[in-house]
Design a protein around this ligand. Structure first.
Ligand code: NAD
Length: 482
Protein backbone atom coordinates (compact mmCIF):
# COMPACT_ATOMS: atom_id res chain seq x y z
CA UNK A 1 0.00 0.00 0.00
CA UNK A 2 1.62 3.26 -1.03
CA UNK A 3 -0.95 5.41 0.80
CA UNK A 4 -0.02 6.22 4.42
CA UNK A 5 -2.18 5.34 7.41
CA UNK A 6 -3.95 8.50 8.69
CA UNK A 7 -2.07 10.00 11.63
CA UNK A 8 -1.38 13.12 13.68
CA UNK A 9 0.69 14.50 10.78
CA UNK A 10 -2.56 14.61 8.75
CA UNK A 11 -1.25 13.35 5.37
CA UNK A 12 -3.04 14.43 2.18
CA UNK A 13 -5.03 11.92 0.10
CA UNK A 14 -5.89 12.93 -3.48
CA UNK A 15 -9.19 11.77 -4.98
CA UNK A 16 -8.93 8.68 -7.20
CA UNK A 17 -10.26 10.24 -10.43
CA UNK A 18 -8.77 9.20 -13.78
CA UNK A 19 -7.59 12.29 -15.67
CA UNK A 20 -7.67 14.62 -12.67
CA UNK A 21 -5.00 15.76 -10.23
CA UNK A 22 -6.58 17.02 -7.00
CA UNK A 23 -3.22 17.99 -5.43
CA UNK A 24 -3.79 21.71 -6.01
CA UNK A 25 -7.54 21.86 -5.34
CA UNK A 26 -9.62 22.45 -2.20
CA UNK A 27 -9.18 20.13 0.79
CA UNK A 28 -11.03 19.24 3.96
CA UNK A 29 -9.89 17.77 7.25
CA UNK A 30 -10.84 14.33 8.55
CA UNK A 31 -10.82 14.01 12.35
CA UNK A 32 -10.61 10.99 14.63
CA UNK A 33 -13.89 10.55 16.55
CA UNK A 34 -11.85 9.09 19.43
CA UNK A 35 -9.61 12.15 19.94
CA UNK A 36 -11.17 14.93 17.87
CA UNK A 37 -7.72 15.52 16.33
CA UNK A 38 -7.05 15.92 12.57
CA UNK A 39 -5.79 12.69 10.99
CA UNK A 40 -5.93 13.46 7.27
CA UNK A 41 -6.51 16.03 4.56
CA UNK A 42 -8.69 14.89 1.68
CA UNK A 43 -9.60 16.47 -1.67
CA UNK A 44 -12.83 18.46 -1.44
CA UNK A 45 -14.15 17.86 -4.94
CA UNK A 46 -16.96 19.81 -6.57
CA UNK A 47 -19.07 19.79 -9.72
CA UNK A 48 -16.16 20.15 -12.16
CA UNK A 49 -14.35 17.12 -10.80
CA UNK A 50 -17.61 15.15 -10.86
CA UNK A 51 -17.84 15.95 -14.56
CA UNK A 52 -14.31 14.63 -15.15
CA UNK A 53 -15.21 11.49 -13.20
CA UNK A 54 -18.34 10.93 -15.30
CA UNK A 55 -16.38 11.35 -18.57
CA UNK A 56 -13.75 8.89 -17.34
CA UNK A 57 -16.38 6.42 -16.15
CA UNK A 58 -17.99 6.45 -19.60
CA UNK A 59 -14.62 5.78 -21.29
CA UNK A 60 -13.84 3.14 -18.69
CA UNK A 61 -17.17 1.42 -19.32
CA UNK A 62 -16.62 1.28 -23.09
CA UNK A 63 -13.36 -0.63 -22.52
CA UNK A 64 -14.37 -2.71 -19.53
CA UNK A 65 -17.54 -4.07 -21.11
CA UNK A 66 -15.33 -5.59 -23.86
CA UNK A 67 -13.34 -7.69 -21.37
CA UNK A 68 -14.32 -11.30 -20.81
CA UNK A 69 -15.83 -12.33 -17.49
CA UNK A 70 -12.72 -14.46 -16.98
CA UNK A 71 -10.44 -11.41 -17.28
CA UNK A 72 -12.65 -9.47 -14.89
CA UNK A 73 -12.67 -12.37 -12.43
CA UNK A 74 -8.87 -12.58 -12.49
CA UNK A 75 -8.49 -8.87 -11.65
CA UNK A 76 -11.10 -9.07 -8.92
CA UNK A 77 -9.30 -12.06 -7.41
CA UNK A 78 -6.03 -10.11 -7.44
CA UNK A 79 -7.78 -7.16 -5.76
CA UNK A 80 -9.20 -9.54 -3.13
CA UNK A 81 -5.70 -10.86 -2.39
CA UNK A 82 -4.25 -7.34 -2.17
CA UNK A 83 -6.97 -6.33 0.25
CA UNK A 84 -6.24 -9.23 2.57
CA UNK A 85 -2.52 -8.45 2.44
CA UNK A 86 -3.32 -4.87 3.49
CA UNK A 87 -5.63 -6.04 6.30
CA UNK A 88 -3.78 -4.33 9.17
CA UNK A 89 -3.44 -1.04 7.28
CA UNK A 90 -7.12 -0.99 6.36
CA UNK A 91 -8.23 -2.02 9.87
CA UNK A 92 -6.12 0.68 11.52
CA UNK A 93 -7.46 3.24 9.06
CA UNK A 94 -11.05 2.33 9.95
CA UNK A 95 -10.24 2.48 13.67
CA UNK A 96 -8.83 5.98 13.17
CA UNK A 97 -11.37 7.47 10.77
CA UNK A 98 -14.60 6.07 12.23
CA UNK A 99 -13.69 4.76 15.69
CA UNK A 100 -14.43 1.09 14.91
CA UNK A 101 -12.75 -1.16 17.51
CA UNK A 102 -9.66 -2.66 15.87
CA UNK A 103 -10.73 -6.29 16.26
CA UNK A 104 -14.06 -5.54 14.58
CA UNK A 105 -12.21 -3.58 11.90
CA UNK A 106 -10.14 -6.67 11.01
CA UNK A 107 -13.37 -8.65 10.80
CA UNK A 108 -14.79 -6.03 8.45
CA UNK A 109 -11.79 -6.38 6.12
CA UNK A 110 -12.46 -10.13 5.86
CA UNK A 111 -16.19 -9.57 5.36
CA UNK A 112 -15.60 -6.84 2.77
CA UNK A 113 -13.01 -8.89 0.88
CA UNK A 114 -15.48 -11.80 0.87
CA UNK A 115 -17.76 -9.84 -1.48
CA UNK A 116 -14.90 -9.35 -3.94
CA UNK A 117 -14.05 -13.04 -3.89
CA UNK A 118 -17.66 -14.11 -4.30
CA UNK A 119 -18.42 -11.73 -7.17
CA UNK A 120 -15.11 -12.62 -8.89
CA UNK A 121 -16.45 -16.15 -9.08
CA UNK A 122 -19.95 -15.03 -10.01
CA UNK A 123 -18.64 -13.01 -13.00
CA UNK A 124 -18.22 -16.35 -14.80
CA UNK A 125 -21.84 -17.32 -14.15
CA UNK A 126 -23.63 -14.42 -15.84
CA UNK A 127 -25.54 -16.89 -17.95
CA UNK A 128 -28.12 -15.96 -20.56
CA UNK A 129 -31.14 -18.04 -21.63
CA UNK A 130 -32.30 -19.84 -24.75
CA UNK A 131 -36.11 -19.76 -24.87
CA UNK A 132 -38.35 -22.32 -26.59
CA UNK A 133 -39.67 -20.73 -29.78
CA UNK A 134 -43.31 -20.93 -30.87
CA UNK A 135 -42.12 -20.12 -34.43
CA UNK A 136 -40.00 -22.75 -36.25
CA UNK A 137 -38.14 -20.04 -38.20
CA UNK A 138 -37.10 -18.06 -35.09
CA UNK A 139 -34.52 -18.55 -32.35
CA UNK A 140 -35.09 -16.69 -29.08
CA UNK A 141 -32.40 -15.81 -26.57
CA UNK A 142 -31.82 -13.54 -23.60
CA UNK A 143 -28.49 -11.77 -23.05
CA UNK A 144 -27.49 -10.22 -19.74
CA UNK A 145 -25.41 -7.10 -20.23
CA UNK A 146 -23.92 -4.49 -17.88
CA UNK A 147 -26.23 -1.52 -17.17
CA UNK A 148 -23.43 1.04 -17.74
CA UNK A 149 -21.50 3.47 -15.53
CA UNK A 150 -22.67 3.34 -11.91
CA UNK A 151 -22.72 6.00 -9.19
CA UNK A 152 -22.33 4.55 -5.67
CA UNK A 153 -22.88 6.58 -2.49
CA UNK A 154 -21.78 4.88 0.73
CA UNK A 155 -22.13 5.52 4.49
CA UNK A 156 -19.45 5.70 7.17
CA UNK A 157 -20.48 2.78 9.37
CA UNK A 158 -18.81 0.06 7.24
CA UNK A 159 -16.15 2.04 5.37
CA UNK A 160 -14.86 -1.01 3.45
CA UNK A 161 -17.77 -3.45 3.19
CA UNK A 162 -20.35 -0.97 1.92
CA UNK A 163 -17.95 -0.24 -0.95
CA UNK A 164 -16.99 -3.78 -1.94
CA UNK A 165 -20.63 -4.89 -1.74
CA UNK A 166 -21.38 -2.41 -4.53
CA UNK A 167 -18.15 -2.17 -6.52
CA UNK A 168 -17.40 -5.90 -6.76
CA UNK A 169 -20.73 -6.89 -8.39
CA UNK A 170 -20.61 -3.78 -10.58
CA UNK A 171 -17.12 -4.59 -11.88
CA UNK A 172 -17.93 -8.29 -12.22
CA UNK A 173 -20.95 -7.40 -14.37
CA UNK A 174 -18.83 -5.18 -16.66
CA UNK A 175 -19.88 -1.75 -15.30
CA UNK A 176 -17.57 1.11 -14.34
CA UNK A 177 -18.18 2.57 -10.86
CA UNK A 178 -17.69 6.00 -9.25
CA UNK A 179 -17.86 5.82 -5.44
CA UNK A 180 -18.63 8.82 -3.27
CA UNK A 181 -17.74 7.64 0.24
CA UNK A 182 -19.12 9.26 3.39
CA UNK A 183 -17.29 12.46 4.27
CA UNK A 184 -16.23 10.93 7.63
CA UNK A 185 -14.56 7.85 6.08
CA UNK A 186 -12.97 8.68 2.71
CA UNK A 187 -9.56 7.13 3.38
CA UNK A 188 -10.55 3.46 3.42
CA UNK A 189 -12.32 4.06 0.10
CA UNK A 190 -9.23 5.71 -1.40
CA UNK A 191 -7.08 2.83 -0.19
CA UNK A 192 -9.39 0.33 -1.88
CA UNK A 193 -9.06 2.27 -5.16
CA UNK A 194 -5.28 2.38 -4.71
CA UNK A 195 -5.17 -1.41 -4.23
CA UNK A 196 -7.31 -1.87 -7.36
CA UNK A 197 -4.83 0.17 -9.39
CA UNK A 198 -1.86 -1.63 -7.87
CA UNK A 199 -3.11 -5.00 -9.11
CA UNK A 200 -3.57 -3.58 -12.62
CA UNK A 201 -7.22 -2.49 -12.42
CA UNK A 202 -7.93 0.33 -14.91
CA UNK A 203 -8.19 3.72 -13.16
CA UNK A 204 -11.27 4.74 -15.19
CA UNK A 205 -13.19 1.66 -14.13
CA UNK A 206 -13.20 2.26 -10.36
CA UNK A 207 -12.92 5.86 -9.17
CA UNK A 208 -13.42 7.49 -5.76
CA UNK A 209 -14.56 11.10 -5.51
CA UNK A 210 -14.38 12.75 -2.08
CA UNK A 211 -16.17 15.85 -0.79
CA UNK A 212 -17.07 17.40 2.52
CA UNK A 213 -20.56 18.23 1.23
CA UNK A 214 -22.02 15.70 -1.19
CA UNK A 215 -24.79 17.66 -2.92
CA UNK A 216 -22.75 19.40 -5.67
CA UNK A 217 -21.15 16.15 -6.83
CA UNK A 218 -24.33 14.20 -6.52
CA UNK A 219 -26.37 16.67 -8.57
CA UNK A 220 -23.93 16.43 -11.50
CA UNK A 221 -23.83 12.65 -11.50
CA UNK A 222 -27.58 12.23 -10.92
CA UNK A 223 -28.35 14.55 -13.85
CA UNK A 224 -25.90 12.81 -16.21
CA UNK A 225 -27.83 10.42 -18.44
CA UNK A 226 -24.67 8.37 -19.10
CA UNK A 227 -24.71 7.23 -15.46
CA UNK A 228 -27.21 4.37 -15.72
CA UNK A 229 -27.49 3.31 -12.11
CA UNK A 230 -27.41 4.70 -8.60
CA UNK A 231 -26.62 2.42 -5.69
CA UNK A 232 -27.01 4.14 -2.34
CA UNK A 233 -26.59 3.06 1.27
CA UNK A 234 -27.52 5.61 3.88
CA UNK A 235 -30.45 7.24 5.58
CA UNK A 236 -34.04 6.98 4.40
CA UNK A 237 -34.61 10.76 3.85
CA UNK A 238 -31.53 11.06 1.60
CA UNK A 239 -32.47 7.84 -0.22
CA UNK A 240 -35.95 9.18 -0.96
CA UNK A 241 -34.50 12.44 -2.30
CA UNK A 242 -32.17 10.52 -4.63
CA UNK A 243 -35.02 8.25 -5.73
CA UNK A 244 -37.00 11.34 -6.80
CA UNK A 245 -33.96 12.81 -8.59
CA UNK A 246 -33.35 9.59 -10.52
CA UNK A 247 -36.66 9.91 -12.39
CA UNK A 248 -35.24 12.55 -14.78
CA UNK A 249 -32.69 10.13 -16.26
CA UNK A 250 -34.54 6.89 -15.38
CA UNK A 251 -31.61 5.32 -13.57
CA UNK A 252 -31.71 1.83 -12.14
CA UNK A 253 -31.81 2.13 -8.33
CA UNK A 254 -30.63 0.13 -5.36
CA UNK A 255 -31.42 1.78 -2.04
CA UNK A 256 -30.18 0.27 1.23
CA UNK A 257 -31.71 2.56 3.85
CA UNK A 258 -32.42 2.81 7.55
CA UNK A 259 -33.75 0.08 9.81
CA UNK A 260 -35.49 -0.29 13.17
CA UNK A 261 -34.91 -3.96 13.85
CA UNK A 262 -37.01 -5.86 16.39
CA UNK A 263 -35.62 -8.89 18.26
CA UNK A 264 -38.33 -11.23 19.62
CA UNK A 265 -37.23 -13.52 22.44
CA UNK A 266 -39.80 -16.24 23.20
CA UNK A 267 -40.02 -17.89 26.59
CA UNK A 268 -38.80 -21.26 25.26
CA UNK A 269 -35.43 -19.59 24.57
CA UNK A 270 -32.10 -20.67 25.99
CA UNK A 271 -31.65 -17.36 27.81
CA UNK A 272 -27.85 -17.29 27.76
CA UNK A 273 -27.71 -18.10 24.05
CA UNK A 274 -30.35 -15.45 23.32
CA UNK A 275 -28.38 -12.86 25.32
CA UNK A 276 -25.26 -13.71 23.30
CA UNK A 277 -27.07 -13.16 19.98
CA UNK A 278 -28.77 -9.96 21.17
CA UNK A 279 -25.37 -8.63 22.30
CA UNK A 280 -23.90 -9.37 18.86
CA UNK A 281 -26.80 -7.78 17.09
CA UNK A 282 -27.13 -4.73 19.35
CA UNK A 283 -23.66 -3.65 20.40
CA UNK A 284 -21.30 -4.42 17.53
CA UNK A 285 -19.99 -1.29 15.84
CA UNK A 286 -21.27 0.62 18.89
CA UNK A 287 -24.83 -0.01 17.72
CA UNK A 288 -24.14 1.87 14.47
CA UNK A 289 -25.34 -0.83 12.11
CA UNK A 290 -28.39 -0.60 9.88
CA UNK A 291 -29.39 -4.15 10.86
CA UNK A 292 -28.79 -3.46 14.57
CA UNK A 293 -31.46 -4.57 16.97
CA UNK A 294 -33.31 -1.45 18.04
CA UNK A 295 -36.25 -2.93 19.97
CA UNK A 296 -36.06 -6.11 22.06
CA UNK A 297 -39.39 -7.81 22.81
CA UNK A 298 -39.15 -10.46 25.55
CA UNK A 299 -41.96 -12.84 26.56
CA UNK A 300 -43.24 -12.31 30.09
CA UNK A 301 -42.15 -15.67 31.55
CA UNK A 302 -38.43 -14.97 31.03
CA UNK A 303 -38.43 -11.16 31.00
CA UNK A 304 -36.77 -10.52 34.36
CA UNK A 305 -34.10 -13.19 33.97
CA UNK A 306 -33.31 -12.04 30.43
CA UNK A 307 -33.14 -8.36 31.43
CA UNK A 308 -30.79 -9.10 34.30
CA UNK A 309 -28.40 -11.15 32.16
CA UNK A 310 -28.45 -8.70 29.24
CA UNK A 311 -27.73 -5.78 31.59
CA UNK A 312 -24.81 -7.68 33.14
CA UNK A 313 -23.36 -8.45 29.71
CA UNK A 314 -23.78 -4.85 28.52
CA UNK A 315 -22.22 -3.44 31.69
CA UNK A 316 -19.19 -5.70 31.18
CA UNK A 317 -18.39 -4.35 27.69
CA UNK A 318 -15.02 -2.59 27.48
CA UNK A 319 -15.44 0.97 26.20
CA UNK A 320 -12.45 2.96 25.02
CA UNK A 321 -9.75 3.67 22.47
CA UNK A 322 -10.65 1.89 19.21
CA UNK A 323 -7.00 0.98 18.65
CA UNK A 324 -6.80 -0.90 21.95
CA UNK A 325 -7.14 -4.67 21.37
CA UNK A 326 -9.39 -4.98 24.44
CA UNK A 327 -11.95 -2.38 23.31
CA UNK A 328 -15.41 -3.65 22.43
CA UNK A 329 -17.26 -0.32 22.11
CA UNK A 330 -15.57 2.75 20.64
CA UNK A 331 -16.82 6.32 20.28
CA UNK A 332 -19.82 7.15 18.12
CA UNK A 333 -18.83 8.64 14.79
CA UNK A 334 -19.93 12.24 15.33
CA UNK A 335 -21.30 14.71 17.82
CA UNK A 336 -24.71 14.49 16.12
CA UNK A 337 -24.66 10.70 16.41
CA UNK A 338 -23.68 10.82 20.05
CA UNK A 339 -26.31 13.47 20.84
CA UNK A 340 -29.06 11.43 19.17
CA UNK A 341 -28.26 8.25 21.13
CA UNK A 342 -28.02 10.20 24.39
CA UNK A 343 -31.30 12.01 23.59
CA UNK A 344 -33.02 8.63 23.12
CA UNK A 345 -31.83 7.56 26.58
CA UNK A 346 -32.83 10.86 28.21
CA UNK A 347 -36.24 10.90 26.51
CA UNK A 348 -36.99 7.32 27.64
CA UNK A 349 -35.91 8.04 31.24
CA UNK A 350 -37.98 11.24 31.32
CA UNK A 351 -41.04 9.27 30.17
CA UNK A 352 -40.68 6.61 32.86
CA UNK A 353 -38.15 4.03 31.61
CA UNK A 354 -35.65 2.49 34.05
CA UNK A 355 -31.93 2.10 33.33
CA UNK A 356 -30.46 -1.29 34.29
CA UNK A 357 -26.84 -0.42 33.46
CA UNK A 358 -24.45 2.09 35.11
CA UNK A 359 -24.74 5.68 33.84
CA UNK A 360 -21.06 6.12 33.01
CA UNK A 361 -19.92 9.54 32.11
CA UNK A 362 -17.13 9.33 29.53
CA UNK A 363 -15.67 12.38 27.81
CA UNK A 364 -15.89 12.77 24.07
CA UNK A 365 -18.20 10.92 21.69
CA UNK A 366 -18.71 7.86 23.89
CA UNK A 367 -22.13 6.60 25.04
CA UNK A 368 -22.28 3.98 27.77
CA UNK A 369 -23.87 0.65 26.69
CA UNK A 370 -27.35 1.01 28.12
CA UNK A 371 -30.23 -1.38 28.80
CA UNK A 372 -33.67 0.14 29.49
CA UNK A 373 -36.92 -1.41 30.74
CA UNK A 374 -40.35 0.14 31.17
CA UNK A 375 -40.17 1.30 27.57
CA UNK A 376 -43.43 2.42 25.92
CA UNK A 377 -44.40 3.06 22.29
CA UNK A 378 -44.44 6.87 22.49
CA UNK A 379 -40.75 7.05 23.42
CA UNK A 380 -38.42 8.26 20.63
CA UNK A 381 -36.37 5.09 20.84
CA UNK A 382 -39.42 3.10 19.75
CA UNK A 383 -40.06 5.32 16.73
CA UNK A 384 -36.60 6.11 15.34
CA UNK A 385 -33.36 4.33 14.52
CA UNK A 386 -31.02 5.04 17.49
CA UNK A 387 -27.67 4.13 15.87
CA UNK A 388 -26.02 3.79 19.27
CA UNK A 389 -25.42 1.26 22.08
CA UNK A 390 -28.87 1.45 23.68
CA UNK A 391 -31.11 -1.59 24.19
CA UNK A 392 -34.77 -1.01 25.10
CA UNK A 393 -36.66 -4.05 26.48
CA UNK A 394 -40.41 -4.47 26.06
CA UNK A 395 -42.51 -7.27 27.56
CA UNK A 396 -45.05 -9.26 25.47
CA UNK A 397 -47.49 -12.08 26.17
CA UNK A 398 -48.18 -13.97 22.94
CA UNK A 399 -46.88 -14.59 19.44
CA UNK A 400 -49.52 -12.55 17.62
CA UNK A 401 -48.88 -9.53 19.84
CA UNK A 402 -45.13 -9.78 19.25
CA UNK A 403 -45.49 -10.03 15.46
CA UNK A 404 -47.88 -7.07 15.35
CA UNK A 405 -45.51 -4.92 17.44
CA UNK A 406 -42.49 -5.94 15.36
CA UNK A 407 -44.24 -5.00 12.11
CA UNK A 408 -45.61 -1.71 13.45
CA UNK A 409 -42.95 0.49 11.82
CA UNK A 410 -42.36 2.06 8.41
CA UNK A 411 -39.00 0.22 8.26
CA UNK A 412 -38.40 -3.35 7.08
CA UNK A 413 -34.69 -4.19 6.93
CA UNK A 414 -33.79 -6.86 9.51
CA UNK A 415 -35.68 -8.67 12.28
CA UNK A 416 -34.63 -11.40 14.68
CA UNK A 417 -36.27 -14.03 16.84
CA UNK A 418 -35.12 -16.56 19.42
CA UNK A 419 -37.08 -19.73 19.98
CA UNK A 420 -36.50 -23.48 20.26
CA UNK A 421 -39.77 -24.25 18.47
CA UNK A 422 -39.38 -25.15 14.80
CA UNK A 423 -43.03 -24.33 14.14
CA UNK A 424 -42.78 -20.92 15.74
CA UNK A 425 -39.53 -20.16 13.90
CA UNK A 426 -41.27 -20.86 10.58
CA UNK A 427 -44.52 -19.02 11.43
CA UNK A 428 -42.87 -15.92 12.82
CA UNK A 429 -40.15 -15.57 10.19
CA UNK A 430 -42.82 -15.81 7.47
CA UNK A 431 -45.02 -13.20 9.18
CA UNK A 432 -42.31 -10.57 9.71
CA UNK A 433 -42.40 -7.78 7.07
CA UNK A 434 -38.62 -7.59 6.69
CA UNK A 435 -36.00 -8.28 4.04
CA UNK A 436 -33.74 -10.25 6.42
CA UNK A 437 -34.73 -12.47 9.36
CA UNK A 438 -32.25 -14.00 11.81
CA UNK A 439 -33.66 -17.08 13.59
CA UNK A 440 -31.51 -17.67 16.68
CA UNK A 441 -28.90 -15.69 14.72
CA UNK A 442 -27.90 -12.12 15.56
CA UNK A 443 -25.48 -11.68 12.64
CA UNK A 444 -27.13 -13.03 9.48
CA UNK A 445 -25.11 -11.31 6.68
CA UNK A 446 -22.80 -13.28 4.33
CA UNK A 447 -21.55 -12.41 0.81
CA UNK A 448 -23.57 -15.06 -0.98
CA UNK A 449 -26.96 -14.15 0.54
CA UNK A 450 -29.29 -11.27 -0.42
CA UNK A 451 -29.13 -8.21 1.82
CA UNK A 452 -31.72 -5.44 1.71
CA UNK A 453 -35.05 -4.25 2.98
CA UNK A 454 -38.69 -3.53 2.22
CA UNK A 455 -40.89 -0.47 2.87
CA UNK A 456 -38.85 2.59 4.00
CA UNK A 457 -35.71 0.42 4.26
CA UNK A 458 -35.23 0.48 0.51
CA UNK A 459 -35.20 -1.31 -2.81
CA UNK A 460 -33.07 -4.03 -4.33
CA UNK A 461 -30.64 -6.53 -2.86
CA UNK A 462 -26.88 -6.70 -2.44
CA UNK A 463 -24.95 -9.96 -2.14
CA UNK A 464 -25.46 -13.32 -3.78
CA UNK A 465 -26.62 -13.74 -7.37
CA UNK A 466 -29.39 -11.27 -6.53
CA UNK A 467 -26.68 -8.66 -5.99
CA UNK A 468 -25.18 -8.94 -9.47
CA UNK A 469 -28.60 -8.87 -11.16
CA UNK A 470 -28.88 -5.24 -10.02
CA UNK A 471 -26.00 -4.36 -12.38
CA UNK A 472 -27.31 -6.26 -15.41
CA UNK A 473 -29.94 -5.48 -18.00
CA UNK A 474 -31.58 -8.33 -19.81
CA UNK A 475 -31.84 -8.06 -23.60
CA UNK A 476 -34.20 -10.25 -25.59
CA UNK A 477 -32.84 -11.26 -29.03
CA UNK A 478 -35.28 -12.79 -31.53
CA UNK A 479 -33.49 -14.12 -34.64
CA UNK A 480 -35.34 -15.01 -37.84
CA UNK A 481 -33.42 -17.73 -39.64
CA UNK A 482 -34.83 -17.55 -43.19
P1 NAD B 1 -26.60 9.72 5.24
O1 NAD B 1 -27.77 9.41 4.38
O2 NAD B 1 -26.52 11.04 5.88
O3 NAD B 1 -25.25 9.59 4.40
C1 NAD B 1 -24.97 8.45 3.61
C2 NAD B 1 -24.22 8.92 2.38
O4 NAD B 1 -25.06 9.79 1.63
C3 NAD B 1 -22.94 9.68 2.68
O5 NAD B 1 -21.97 9.36 1.70
C4 NAD B 1 -23.37 11.13 2.50
O6 NAD B 1 -22.31 11.99 2.12
C5 NAD B 1 -24.36 11.00 1.36
N1 NAD B 1 -25.33 12.08 1.27
C6 NAD B 1 -25.90 12.79 2.28
N2 NAD B 1 -26.73 13.73 1.78
C7 NAD B 1 -26.68 13.61 0.43
C8 NAD B 1 -27.31 14.28 -0.65
N3 NAD B 1 -28.17 15.28 -0.45
N4 NAD B 1 -27.04 13.88 -1.91
C9 NAD B 1 -26.18 12.87 -2.14
N5 NAD B 1 -25.55 12.20 -1.16
C10 NAD B 1 -25.80 12.56 0.11
O7 NAD B 1 -26.54 8.52 6.27
P2 NAD B 1 -25.49 8.33 7.44
O8 NAD B 1 -26.04 8.96 8.65
O9 NAD B 1 -24.11 8.69 7.04
O10 NAD B 1 -25.51 6.74 7.54
C11 NAD B 1 -26.31 6.08 8.42
C12 NAD B 1 -27.58 5.58 7.74
O11 NAD B 1 -27.24 4.60 6.76
C13 NAD B 1 -28.48 4.88 8.73
O12 NAD B 1 -29.80 5.27 8.53
C14 NAD B 1 -28.30 3.42 8.39
O13 NAD B 1 -29.37 2.60 8.75
C15 NAD B 1 -28.07 3.46 6.94
N6 NAD B 1 -27.38 2.24 6.50
C16 NAD B 1 -28.11 1.33 5.79
C17 NAD B 1 -27.51 0.15 5.39
C18 NAD B 1 -28.29 -0.85 4.60
O14 NAD B 1 -27.68 -1.70 4.00
N7 NAD B 1 -29.61 -0.78 4.58
C19 NAD B 1 -26.17 -0.11 5.70
C20 NAD B 1 -25.46 0.84 6.43
C21 NAD B 1 -26.10 2.03 6.82
Amino acid sequence: MSLPVPSASAPFYPAAIAGHDSEAGARYTVRSPATGEPIAEVADCGAEVAQVAADSAQRGFEQWRQTTPFERAALLKAWHGAMLEAKETLALTMAREMGKPIREARGEVDYAAGFIEWFAEQAKRIDGDILPSPHPEKRLSVLRQPVGPVFAITPWNFPAAMITRKVAPGLAAGCSVIVKPAEQTPITALMLAELWRQVGGPAEVFQVITAERPAAISEVLMADARIRKLTFTGSTPVGKRLYAQSAATMKRMSLELGGHAPFLVFDDADIDAAVTEVMASKFRNGGQTCVCTNRIYVQRGIFDAFAERLAAAAAALAIGDPEDEATQVGPLVSQAGRDKAQAHIDDALAKGAQRLTPALSVDGLYVAPTVLTGVTPEMRIMQEETFGPVAPLIVFDDEAEAIAAANDTPFGLAAYLWTRSLGRAARVSEALDYGIVGVNDGAPSVPNAPFGGVKDSGLGREGGHYGIDEYLDCKFVSTRLD
